[in-house]
Design a protein around this ligand. Structure first.
Ligand SMILES: [Zn+2]
Length: 484
């Protein structure tokens, strides 16, 4: 029941010692591959009736064989199956590229198309970064031992040159050797997984070449001892409620039926709220300015600045999200040392429909905030981060949070919300933080499903994975949390 996680490791090529020939070669390889990929995407899109089909879930799947029938001639098969002419002959368009390379580019194009990338007549081809994904077979990573101190660089990656070199009338592929700036951190990371593929990237801003390794990390292989100890630790369930104003609130249910400040956790990001507000203000001001359509000729400048600001906002947002995730993970790790821990996070699936226009008291501003809130990303990142740290997948569960925020944490009756952020129970007179109530009820809901007489599986909302309740047998020791 172990799950693989793919991780990217970015290593800089020693750009200063790259020869001009190698740079030129790299530029040509990646540049041409980008063009081939783009071409493939266009062909898929134009022939989408022929080559695409929809799965039951509504996802698009591209038939690779049918795509090949449109693009590649064949010569090595039986005569009656041979294709002499095809509508889009790639071999004619890119004569120096081999069959295997076409198929590699085809696979990337298919992947891109299935992920939703579409060619557009106005948008230039994929040009953000020159890139090429290379399968395991076509590169080799070499580490020269210390004794052979004939070179300053110990780590090299040999990439098969996708441009044909002709020798005595037959094409062959050379290897392009790239020196890498490999630090001890990189070496440690490399040991944690197996390399699946690599990508060559050119960063325009710094004019540097980078190698991105895709590592397949096996979560079980490097964390075996913890599992043995875990049975001796007392069980605990951490319920987490993620929200808009307070990003996350957590309550830990332990064998003791008591909550102290140690078991309650709020992940605030006051600074982020300020930064976010400032950026949004700036952006809206600029957008208004751009829309005013003044004829002073500065419009171009405004749009450029707007683009810059949007990018910066995106990056800042991303950095804060990652910081926030790592904060949560840190807390979870401290808990995991003391308890046999299960983390349950609420998935706000129905909240968007519930707060639709005209329903309840939701304001326009609130709805906008709701739709900009990327809870899926937060959940996916959190799950990934925990699995990378050796958590077994069934220990991080995402369940539906429907109905968890409207019941009293003490007596289980329906509550009212007198002020934003607080819940008040009229029957027992208890007032509590609304997000913490949610977190507590999420953990309770999870415990409740374990004691259900029928239906003994628990489904993860994010992945759709079903877990049998035998995984959670230890949690039955926490049944006292279900009584009021
Ligand atoms: Zn109550």
């Amino acid at each position: 029941m172990m799950e693989d996680v793919v991780k990217t490791l970015k290593v800089r090529v020693k750009n200063k010692v790259l020869t001009t020939r190698k740079k030129e070669r790299l530029r040509r390889i990646t540049g041409r591959d980008t063009r081939i990929i783009e071409k493939y995407v266009r062909i898929i899109h134009h022939n989408r009736r022929k080559v695409c089909r929809r799965t039951k879930k509504g996802e698009i799947r591209v038939h690779k064989g049918k795509l090949d029938e449109l693009t590649l001639t064949t010569s090595k098969v039986k005569e009656e199956e041979r294709r002499e002419t095809v509508p889009h002959d790639f071999k004619k368009m890119f004569p120096y590229c081999s069959h295997d390379e076409f198929q590699e580019c085809r696979d990337i194009a298919v992947q891109l198309y299935e992920q939703g990338y579409r060619p557009s007549p106005t948008r230039p081809p994929i040009k953000r970064a020159r890139r090429q994904l290379i399968n395991k077979k076509r590169f080799i990573l070499v580490h020269l031992p210390k004794e052979k101190d004939n070179t300053l660089t110990r780590w090299w990656v040999g990439v098969r040159d996708s441009l044909d070199t002709w020798r005595r009338g037959t094409p062959y592929h050379q290897r392009l050797w790239l020196p890498l700036e490999m630090s001890t951190f990189h070496q440690k990371e490399l040991k944690k997984g197996r390399i699946k593929s690599l990508e060559l990237r050119y960063k325009r801003s710094t004019r540097e070449w980078w190698v991105y390794f895709q590592l397949k990390v096996l979560s079980s292989s490097f964390y075996p001892p913890e599992e043995e100890n875990s049975s001796s630790l007392p069980p605990a369930v951490l319920g987490i409620d993620i929200g808009i104003n307070i990003p996350a609130a957590g309550v830990l249910l332990t064998p003791k039926k008591k909550l102290t400040s140690k078991e309650i956790k709020l992940w605030h990001t006051k600074q982020w709220n300020r930064v976010n507000h400032r950026y949004k203000l700036k952006l809206s001001r600029l957008q208004r300015k751009a829309a005013l359509n003044d004829q002073s000729g500065k419009k171009h400048q405004i749009y450029r600045f707007l683009g810059l600001l949007r990018r910066r906002y995106r990056n800042v947002k991303r950095a804060y999200t990652h910081q926030f995730i790592s904060d949560i993970v840190q807390t979870i790790e401290t808990y995991a040392r003391k308890y046999d821990l299960f983390v349950v996070v609420g998935y706000p699936k129905h909240i968007r429909e519930e707060k639709e226009k005209g329903k309840g008291k939701s304001t326009r501003k609130f709805r906008r905030k709701l739709h900009q809130w990327n809870f899926y990303l937060v959940l996916a990142l959190l799950r990934r981060a925990l699995i990378l740290r050796g958590f077994e997948p069934h220990r991080i569960l995402i369940i539906g949070e429907k109905g968890t925020s409207s019941y009293c944490a003490r007596c289980g009756r329906k509550v009212v919300r007198p002020v934003r952020g607080l819940v008040h129970c009229s029957s027992c007179g208890y007032t509590f933080h609304s997000d913490l109530t949610g977190a507590m009820n999420i953990a309770r809901k999870f415990l409740g499903t374990l004691f259900r007489p029928r239906g003994n599986t628990i489904t993860d909302y994010l992945t759709g994975q079903k877990y049998s309740s035998t995984h959670f047998t230890v949690c039955r020791g926490l049944s006292h949390w279900l009584q009021f």
